[in-house]
Design a protein around this ligand. Structure first.
Ligand SMILES: [Fe+2]
Length: 253
C-alpha cells in the first residue's frame, strides 16, 4: 500500500524508516529508505504519541460583553455614519482605494479618541486584548499593549476588502457593529502558505487544523483578534445592506 491522500505520512530520520498511517489509523512501518516492508498492520495508533502540532496560529473570537450591547452598538453605529459624513478626505480616499465602501483608515485612524463612546469601546477591547496576549504568553518587558490605530469600515453590497496584513503592529482585530444576514465573513490564510513549495493540495475531507483557510462569521457585538502578521480578507459583501465594523491595531512599543 502506498500513502494516499486519505492517510498521513510522517518522515523518520534518514535510513531509519518511517510510518504510513492508513485511513483507519492502522500503522504501516517500513525499514529501509528504498524499500517498503510493511511489518505491522492493524495496530491501533495513538496519534498523539507520534505526531504533535507545533507553531499554532491563535485567533480569538468573543462577544464584547454579555449585557447592554444593543444600546451600545446603536450609539456606535450612529457615530460611524456621522464620522463618515463629515470625513471628506476619507470619502475621497475610499472612492479610489475601497470601491463602493468607506473606511477612515487613511483619514481618521484614531477614532478611539474621538468620543466617549469610542473611548468606552477601546476600554472594552483592551480587556480582550489582555486576555489574548496572556494566552500568547508575550513577555512585554514591563511595557503594555496599547491601541495605536482604530478606524471604521462600512461595506455596502459587493464591497470588498482584499487580502492584507497589518504591518508594524502586534495584535490587530475587528469589532462588528452591524452584520446584516449573510454578510461576508472574515477569511484567514495559513501563514505558511507561501512556504509550502511542493506541498500537494489538501484532501476534501481535511481536518479543520490542516486547512489552508479559515472563515469566521461576522457576528454583531463580537470581537475577533489575531496577530498582525496573519493575512486576511473580506470577500464581496453579498448582503443587501451595509456591513459595519471597527478595526484596530495594538502595539507594545
Ligand atoms: Fe485587516
Amino acid at each position: 500500500m502506498s500513502p494516499s491522500c486519505e492517510g498521513e505520512q510522517t518522515q523518520g530520520p534518514p535510513f531509519c524508516g518511517g510510518l504510513f498511517l492508513s485511513p483507519n489509523d492502522s500503522i504501516y512501518v517500513f525499514e529501509k529508505r528504498s524499500r517498503f516492508s510493511f511489518l505491522k498492520r492493524g495496530a491501533t495508533l495513538d496519534l498523539m504519541s507520534v505526531i504533535q502540532a507545533w507553531f499554532p496560529t491563535y485567533i480569538y473570537f468573543k462577544k464584547l460583553q454579555t449585557k447592554g450591547l444593543t444600546a451600545f452598538n446603536r450609539e456606535l453605529l450612529t457615530e460611524c455614519y456621522q464620522i463618515r459624513d463629515y470625513d471628506f478626505a476619507g470619502q475621497k480616499w475610499s472612492k479610489k482605494n475601497y470601491p463602493g465602501g468607506y473606511t477612515s483608515y487613511q483619514s481618521i485612524p484614531n477614532i478611539y479618541q474621538l468620543s466617549s463612546t469610542m473611548v468606552e469601546l477601546r476600554e472594552k477591547i483592551d480587556r480582550h486584548v489582555r486576555a489574548y496576549a496572556k494566552h500568547l504568553q508575550f513577555d512585554l518587558k514591563e511595557r503594555t499593549l496599547s491601541m495605536t490605530d482604530c478606524w471604521i469600515n462600512i461595506m455596502p453590497t459587493q464591497a470588498v476588502h482584499s487580502l492584507h496584513l497589518h504591518p508594524l503592529s502586534t495584535i490587530s482585530g475587528t469589532y462588528y457593529v452591524r452584520t446584516p444576514k449573510n454578510c461576508s465573513s472574515i477569511k484567514f490564510e495559513d501563514p505558511r502558505l507561501s512556504k509550502f513549495m511542493a506541498a500537494p493540495p489538501r484532501c476534501a475531507e481535511v481536518r479543520p487544523e490542516n486547512r489552508s483557510f479559515v472563515h469566521y462569521k461576522a457576528e454583531v457585538g463580537h470581537v475577533v483578534l489575531f496577530e498582525s502578521w496573519l493575512r486576511h480578507e473580506v470577500g464581496a459583501n453579498p448582503a443587501a445592506s451595509d456591513r459595519v465594523s471597527i478595526s484596530f491595531n495594538y502595539n507594545w512599543f
